[in-house]
Write a protein that binds this ligand. Structure first.
Ligand SMILES: [Zn+2]
Length: 412
């Protein structure tokens, strides 16, 4: 009996404690997932607080550093969100007010300016409206979207934006120049990261004409689901001609590094094979040869299938390679435009010729085991900006239509 009372008492005590903890939490102290354009100045305007307080709540060893896209920030209890646009104008407040159809005096008041006649060059200006989230975007951008808020190594990386007017734009992720494509005021940037990119916070930099460089770090988090494969090469397989491998690679990279400006597809990408037994190796599988370190990874997706199974074009494009190669055997490579290439290897036969324009579902060849291969399978690879990316993730994310929509195009 006494024991039971003790349990009740304990329960009551715990309940009381939980309640106190809940009460101590202010209603609006919610964490915020940082998006592109959420820098300290923009967040201070948006939540009607000041930069110093935000930095104090979210300390970082480098005080110059802007909040990292894909990480969470703590907001102060007093944070109250407001809506509107943040812009970096090229002229006076008066000109900006006219452009945005608002009162110059209201603009001056909301931005602590004494007069609307003063120039406000490259200064962050807040324009209240009811629909927009205030974000500090690159000069002349009315929107900027990323394909993923937390980047995933091995996947294609995309950005899309709408600009006030046509402007020359370049973009860089870490050390890697991003392929940028425009359709008037609509803009898409594309690159990949590779399966060994790891967890890191590379800087996303965007340069618009002669405006100051726009820059924000971006969180990439490595997957914990990579598979590890130990392969043993013996006899003839061990005597692979390294020279021929290097030459083939070099020749193909000369093709993959070319970007054409126009998308050649207008449908979602499909799997290139209908009848397969299993996916025998995913993209990014770490590989060790003869007990060595895991220094390489699988650059495509392997579909185990019977010899002679049809291999089909996943989307529209132009065949740029259709021939037998040393490593890849019967090979077809399709240029889809915008620096996107897909490849089909170890084919027993090839059904198209270089220069052929292919339509979705068109027969490219048949599954075989030609080149350096130990059994019938299709090795399918996808390159974006001359980097191998995960083709399965590409399809699952609907990247092909996401890109077309970013260029104001249709996809169906
Ligand atoms: Zn393979």
């Amino acid at each position: 009996m006494r024991k039971r009372w003790l349990v009740y008492l304990l329960c009551l005590f715990t309940l009381g404690l939980t309640q106190t903890l809940t009460q101590a939490q202010p209603n609006n102290a919610f964490p915020l997932l940082v998006q592109s354009g959420d820098n300290w100045a923009a967040l201070a305007v948006r939540f009607q607080t000041d930069e110093a307080l935000l930095r104090q709540l979210n300390p970082h060893p480098n005080p110059q550093r802007q909040p990292t896209i894909g990480t969470e920030l703590i907001l102060p209890e007093t944070a109250v969100p407001q809506t509107g646009s943040l812009i970096r104008p090229f002229g006076t407040l008066l000109a900006t007010a006219a452009q945005h159809q608002t009162s110059p005096w209201l603009l001056a008041l909301r931005n602590n300016h004494t007069s609307p006649h003063r120039p406000a060059l490259h200064q962050l200006l807040f324009i209240p409206n009811s629909t927009t989230t205030p974000r500090d975007l690159p000069a002349g951008f009315t929107s900027l979207e990323l394909s993923q808020t937390v980047g995933k190594p091995g996947q294609a990386v995309g950005l899309r934006a709408v600009l006030d007017s046509e402007q020359p734009v370049t973009a860089v992720l870490g050390n890697n120049e991003i392929g940028v494509f425009a359709n008037g005021r609509f803009l898409v940037g594309l690159t990949g990261t590779g399966a060994f990119f790891g967890t890191q916070q590379p800087s996303l930099q965007i340069q618009v004409a002669s405006a100051p460089l726009w820059e924000q770090p971006w969180q990439f988090r490595d997957s914990d689901s990579w598979t590890f494969q130990q392969l043993t090469l013996t006899g003839t397989a061990a005597q692979i001609d390294q020279q021929s491998i290097a030459e083939e690679r070099e020749r193909l990279f000369a093709i993959w590094e070319k970007d054409s400006d126009t998308p050649q597809w207008n449908t979602p990408f499909q799997l290139p094979i209908d009848n397969f037994l299993e996916i025998s190796s995913d993209y990014g599988a770490r590989r060790s040869y003869n007990g060595g370190p895991y220094r390489t990874y699988h650059e495509g997706v392997d579909f185990a299938a019977y010899g002679g199974t049809p291999v089909l074009a996943p989307a529209g494009g132009t065949a740029v390679v259709a021939e037998f190669l040393y490593v890849r055997g019967g090979a077809v490579i399709i240029d889809h435009g915008l620096g996107i290439y897909s490849g089909y290897y170890h084919l027993s036969s090839i059904a198209i010729a270089p220069g052929d324009v292919v339509t979705p579902g068109q027969l490219l060849g048949e599954v075989g085991t030609t080149g350096l291969s130990t059994g019938n399978h299709l090795h399918w690879d996808l390159l974006v900006d001359a980097i191998w990316v995960d083709a399965q993730a590409w399809i699952e994310q609907g990247m092909s239509c996401w890109i077309l929509a970013g260029l104001n195009g249709a996809c169906n």
